[in-house]
Every structure is written in structure tokens, then in C-alpha cells.
Ligand binder design. Structure first.
Ligand code: FES
Length: 408
């Protein structure tokens, strides 16, 4: 048996986005070509593509790390590796084939395919293919953007957000381990047509952007930029080398879900000066609802790791790293009671940590939700400030509400 993508023509709006994904087959609906990677199904904004099981008759021969194997034809290289005994996982330590995005965006799962680095989750097997998982090779990742930003992200200090003009430059990595139905960056997250860059190439583009926009802050966001650890660390190392002056700031915007203490230590050692961590919720059910991560074991790990990451940074790097925390708000996803509990928990970690509430608006698969009214966000601001947090910022339809605008 194998999986193939089937398109529901009643749901399909012919937006063409399934042509933008990284799948090597690019034949949604053509069973004979589809390798069943599922990237189109994850990326379709209208949920018009389902994966269905069909009979798989033939097999092919290919070589994995020098050993000849036989695998079913028209499956992914990831599937072939799984057949060889590799264990795919969505949390780094849970297996030996970390493949968290499954859409060809993060390149964490990349292996050498006939000598060329390719993401195994979206690459189809072929007769005579040669796979090498053992050779150390410079990592690559699709990333784009390099644009000036006037507001910055969750990890941008409030005093800078108030300034006019560009305050930082940002780039966006493809691929995410969450499948948020209201993703506001989904065209980056799922877009597989971006060229994969080495850390050095990306650092060069970011350094140019810094010069062009005349700023000192350089942010990396996504998608989820932390997924490909080797790539991110090398990127920051290269970026720091090219921007060795005291004014340069290196900002990582993340969901924090895989930021274990050793990863955070490595980021700080490499030069990260600012971090924005989006904590999606306090409760597991809310987390799954917001992120689309339905495997409870994985969801729990992601959620706990993100909260622990906040605590770890606050306790261990109070001088070295500026931290901002993101909290989502839309009454469709999270209650005000839970927001209050999140505020209490953050205040117990550190009342001075900056908290930025993002008003979740209609996007991607949830174009039918309502963006929160200004008054709702004002209420959320009061709830969080009422917990004793000193710097609460709320994104609203009318711009930001910040601490000095509503001094109590
Ligand atoms: S898991 Fe394959 S590219 Fe992200």
C-alpha cells in the first residue's frame, strides 16, 4: 500500500498554491506519479487535498549508505529510510531522522541524493538512486525576505517599536513544525520554490540588507527558524563574523518548541542577543487547537519546552539576551481566563519580561474568524497588566497599546 494525494474538486478554488510546494512529484491527483509526501495536503489553504491509500505493486532498487535495498516504487526517500530502520521524529531527540515540517521547508531531513542535498520528506525514490546520510555537508535551507521592518517582532524591545522608520531587517525561513490554521505567514511557511541557501549565503544577504536599511538589528523568523539547528547556528556564526561591531543585534523569533537548554546555550554562545518566544497557550488542548499539533505526546513536549525555554533564558542570561514573549489572542482559540493564567505564570518567572499580545486575524484556513475588536485587545491588555507584568504590549486594529499609553 502507498499514499497518494487526491484533490476534491468541489473544495479546490484553483488558487495554484499546490504548484508552489516543494514536492518533487508535483502531480496532485495523478496517482501514478505521486510519492505520497503529503506536502500539498498540509499546504492547501482550502483543505481540498486528502491523502488516500492505494495498492502499490512494484518495487525498485536503490542504495542507502552503500547498501543495496529494495523499496516500493513511488514512495519518498524518507519512507525508504524508514524501511531501512531510520526513525523519523518531530522532536529532535525522539529518533534519528528529524523531520518536523514534512513539507520540504526546513531541510532538517536533508540527505545526499545522488550527491546533491535534498529534503528526504518530499523527494521521490527512483530506480538506482544513491542515498548518503553519513557524509557531513554544509546545510542548506530555503529562506527569503531580507526586508526592512518598521515594527519588529515579539523579541523587539518596546522602546524601539515606538520609533518611526525601519528598526530591523528580517528574513523568513520556510517550514514549520506547527500547522496553525490561522498561520499569518503561510505563503513563506509552505512555499517550497525558494532556493535553499547555505548559512554563508544567507548571512551575506542579511548583512547587505542591514546596510541597505541602515539598521543594527537583524532578525530571523519563519516558518520556524530553529528547526534546522545546524543551519541556524552556522548562519548566526557567519552573520556575527560579518557584523562584528558592538551595535549589531541578532534577533531570533521562534515558537520555542525545540529550544532545549543546550540549544539555547549554543545560540547565546554563537551571538544571539534577542529572542522572541511565541507561547501559544498554557493548556494542552488550547495548544493543539491553535497549532494543529494533535499528537498529544508531541504537543506536550513542544509546549513544555517553550515555557522552559523562557525560564531558562530569564534565569541564565539576564544580561546577555533581551527576551520578549508572544501570546496569541482571539476568543475563538483562547479564553481570557487562560490569558490571565499565562500572565500569572510569566510574572512568576519575571515581572519585567516584555509580553506582546498578537491579535489573531483571519488568515490561511481561518479566513472566517473575526479580528478582535480594539476594545477586546484593550481588555486583554488590562488583564495582563493586572497580573503585575510591567511591559505588556497589545497589537490592535488601531496599532499598539503599550505600557505608557495606559499607565494605571
Ligand atoms: S521535514 Fe523535510 S524539509 Fe522539513
Amino acid at each position: 500500500m502507498r499514499y497518494v494525494a487526491e484533490k476534491d474538486l468541489d473544495k479546490c478554488r484553483q488558487c495554484g498554491f499546490c504548484d508552489e510546494i516543494a514536492c518533487s512529484s508535483r502531480y496532485v491527483g495523478y496517482y501514478e506519479e505521486c510519492s505520497g509526501c503529503g506536502a500539498c495536503s498540509l499546504a492547501c489553504p482550502y483543505e481540498a487535498i486528502q491523502m488516500i491509500e492505494i495498492q502499490n505493486g512494484n518495487s525498485i532498487s536503490m542504495r542507502v549508505d552503500g547498501v543495496m535495498i529494495s523499496v516500493p516504487e513511488r514512495v519518498t526517500v524518507k519512507k525508504a529510510l524508514e524501511i531501512c530502520g531510520f526513525q523519523p521524529c518531530e522532536f529532535p531527540e525522539d529518533g534519528d531522522l528529524f523531520s518536523p515540517c514534512r513539507t520540504g521547508g526546513c531541510w532538517s531531513c536533508a540527505v545526499l541524493v545522488n550527491g546533491e542535498l535534498r529534503p528526504c520528506c518530499v523527494t521521490a525514490v527512483k530506480e538506482g538512486m544513491n542515498i548518503d546520510t553519513e557524509t557531513e555537508i554544509t546545510p542548506k535551507r530555503p529562506v527569503h525576505g531580507w526586508m526592512g521592518h518598521a515594527v519588529g517582532g515579539v523579541g523587539t524591545p518596546w522602546r524601539l517599536k515606538k520609533l518611526s522608520g525601519f528598526i530591523e531587517t528580517a528574513c523568513f525561513t520556510c517550514g514549520c513544525n506547527f500547522q496553525c490554521k490561522q498561520c499569518q505567514n503561510w505563503t513563506s511557511t509552505y512555499n517550497g520554490k525558494e532556493i535553499a541557501l547555505t548559512p554563508k549565503e544567507a548571512a551575506l544577504l542579511m548583512s547587505d540588507a542591514r546596510r541597505n536599511y541602515r539598521v543594527n538589528r537583524m532578525a530571523i523568523s519563519g516558518g520556524e527558524c530553529t528547526l534546522n539547528r545546524k543551519w541556524l547556528i552556522e548562519y548566526l556564526r557567519e552573520l556575527k563574523k560579518k557584523n562584528a561591531d558592538d551595535k549589531a543585534n541578532f534577533h531570533v523569533d521562534t515558537n520555542g518548541s525545540i529550544l532545549t537548554p543546550d540549544y539555547l546555550d549554543e545560540l547565546v554562545e554563537t551571538g544571539m542577543t534577542d529572542i522572541g518566544i511565541d507561547l501559544k497557550s498554557l493548556e494542552l488542548n488550547t495548544f493543539s487547537h491553535i497549532t494543529g499539533v494533535n499528537n498529544q505526546k508531541i504537543a506536550r513536549k513542544y509546549l513544555e519546552t517553550a515555557w522552559n525555554a523562557v525560564k531558562y533564558i530569564v534565569e541564565n542570561y539576564p544580561e546577555e539576551v533581551f527576551i520578549g514573549i508572544g501570546i496569541p489572542y482571539n476568543k475563538e482559540f483562547i479564553s481570557r481566563e487562560e490569558i490571565q493564567k499565562m500572565g500569572d505564570k510569566i510574572r512568576n518567572i519575571d515581572e519585567n519580561v516584555q509580553v506582546c499580545v498578537l491579535d489573531y486575524r483571519p488568515a490561511f484556513r481561518r479566513s472566517n474568524i473575526k479580528r478582535p475588536e480594539y476594545e477586546e485587545m484593550e481588555n486583554v491588555w488590562r488583564i495582563l497588566s493586572g497580573t503585575g507584568l510591567k511591559t505588556v504590549i497589545c497589537q490592535t486594529v488601531k496599532g499598539h497599546i503599550g505600557p505608557e499609553i495606559w499607565p494605571e
